[in-house]
Design a protein around this ligand. Structure first.
Ligand SMILES: [Zn+2]
Ligand SMILES: [Zn+2]
Length: 201
């Protein structure tokens, strides 16, 4: 897949939104993506402003079959009664947020037409990692995020390529090199070759 036409972030210069959460503009793009789906659901169900909290509570109570962006929007509009953060986004250890975060994965992830099966799930996981990064291993966060532009464009790395990329990054390969690659063939070549150590991070 030719990656050159993919839009680049005006703030960080990486393919958008591949540098979330480190880049504010990339993070905003992901937040806007969720917010647009949430507003769409409010329009679809003709929810008045005053009824938004009740609608959000209904979605959160049973997210099965609800689009994942709509569920994430509902979580954004529901305050955790224990810690006060947006539900599911509080610090790890808040039992209520931990539960809500676990229930995230019950939402629907239908693939768009013409993409490899599992593409939407991969977008969903990488988006969650970028939006609630402190709930995932820190070194994994930028690795998930950098895949988002490819996933959003309809690509999906194979499991073998994902593992090869992890090994390559562990051995000194850089996310910048992945972001700079012109196409997926170049990425495959990079991650299948010995990495040049970049020095300690
Ligand atoms: Zn950016
Ligand atoms: Zn909480």
């Amino acid at each position: 897949m030719d990656l050159r036409p993919l839009p680049r972030c005006v703030e960080c210069g990486w393919r958008r939104p591949g540098r979330a959460p480190a880049c504010r503009a990339c993070s905003r793009w992901l937040d806007d993506d969720v917010a647009a789906a949430w507003r769409g659901a409010l329009r679809e169900y003709e929810v008045d402003d005053v009824d938004v909290p009740a609608f959000a509570a209904t979605v959160v109570a049973d997210p099965r079959g609800v689009g994942w962006r709509v569920l994430d929007g509902a979580l954004d509009h529901t305050a955790c009664s224990t810690c006060g953060a947006a539900l599911g986004s509080g610090a790890t250890g808040c039992a209520e947020c931990d539960t809500a975060h676990g229930w995230r994965w019950l939402a629907a992830e239908p693939d768009r037409p013409g993409v490899p099966p599992g593409n939407e799930h991969a977008i969903r996981v990488a988006t969650a990692v970028a939006r609630v990064p402190y709930r995932f291993p820190a070194h994994m966060v930028p690795r998930y995020a950098v895949t988002l532009p490819l996933l959003i464009a309809g690509g999906l790395p194979s499991g073998a390529d994902a593992r090869a990329a992890d090994r390559w990054l562990d051995n000194g390969g850089s996310l910048e090199a992945l972001d700079a690659a012109a196409d997926t063939a170049e990425i495959t070549g990079l991650i299948r070759s010995p990495a040049t150590p970049q020095g300690s991070v």
